[in-house]
Design a protein around this ligand. Structure first.
Ligand SMILES: O=C(O)c1ccccc1NCC(=O)[C@H](O)[C@H](O)COP(=O)(O)O
Length: 213
């Protein structure tokens, strides 16, 4: 079964709703410039509503103090979404003992080359490259050309991300064979605010049960 990560939740009831609807992972965003940012204190409250969903902490170029603070909250997975080097990813892994997922922004086939230089990560996201001039590297609601993944085999467990929506996720999965998907903007009507109907539709479309009430 395809796994689903819903990223950038800020509201406890929405966390509980996404978990009930079958989200496998729920991402909390610790990038202060993001409209989806939550403080570590707020995340601790949100984490009380996870049900069976697994929390993922999203950070961009975090310092040691932040990674330790987040790891202490109990996150089993840290998702790195900045300019972290392979060495820094390894360092964060040893410092915290947590699984490390690294997000890679891609636009063309050659962008996939960087992935092999991160031997110590536990998983990865293949995401769209941020638009030129963007202040941060993800959550822009833009898809990349999925055909660049044709014939590529991921060295680690991976999620497809970037511009996915309830309407295109089934086709994205068909074209890429991704084992899992990650979404943020595509389940929002207002930037930064998740929408229940879209969250439900996305999870059902990704898991291949779109018509169930
Ligand atoms: O979502 C953000 O605001 C964000 C900010 C800074 C770094 C990363 C961010 N999001 C990372 C994610 O994992 C998103 O879910 C992923 O980029 C897909 O986003 P979208 O295209 O909006 O579905």
């Amino acid at each position: 079964m395809v796994t689903v990560k819903i990223c950038g939740l800020r509201d406890p009831d929405m966390v509980a709703f996404a978990a009930r609807e079958g989200a496998d992972w729920i991402g909390f965003n610790f990038v202060p410039q993001s409209p989806r940012y939550v403080t570590p204190e707020a995340a601790a409250t949100l984490m009380l509503r996870l049900g069976k969903a697994v929390p993922v902490a999203l950070m961009a170029d975090p310092d040691d103090a932040l990674v330790m603070q987040i790891a202490r909250l109990g996150f089993p997975v840290l998702q790195l979404h900045g300019q972290e080097t392979p060495e820094r990813a390894k360092e964060i892994k040893s410092l915290t003992g947590r699984d490390i997922w690294k997000a890679f922004g891609v636009r063309e086939r050659s962008d996939l080359g960087q992935i092999g230089t991160f031997p110590d990560i536990d998983g990865l996201l293949v995401d769209a490259k941020a638009p030129d001039g963007a202040a941060f590297g993800g959550g822009h609601g833009q898809a990349f050309d999925w055909s660049i993944l044709k014939g590529w085999s991921a060295p680690k467990p991976w999620l497809l991300a970037g511009g996915l929506t309830p309407d295109n996720v089934a086709e994205a999965l068909r074209q890429t064979g991704a084992p899992g998907v990650d979404v943020s903007s595509g389940v929002e009507r207002i930037r930064g605010l998740k929408d229940r109907e879209l969250v439900r539709a996305f999870i059902r479309a990704a898991k291949g049960r779109p018509d169930q009430p």
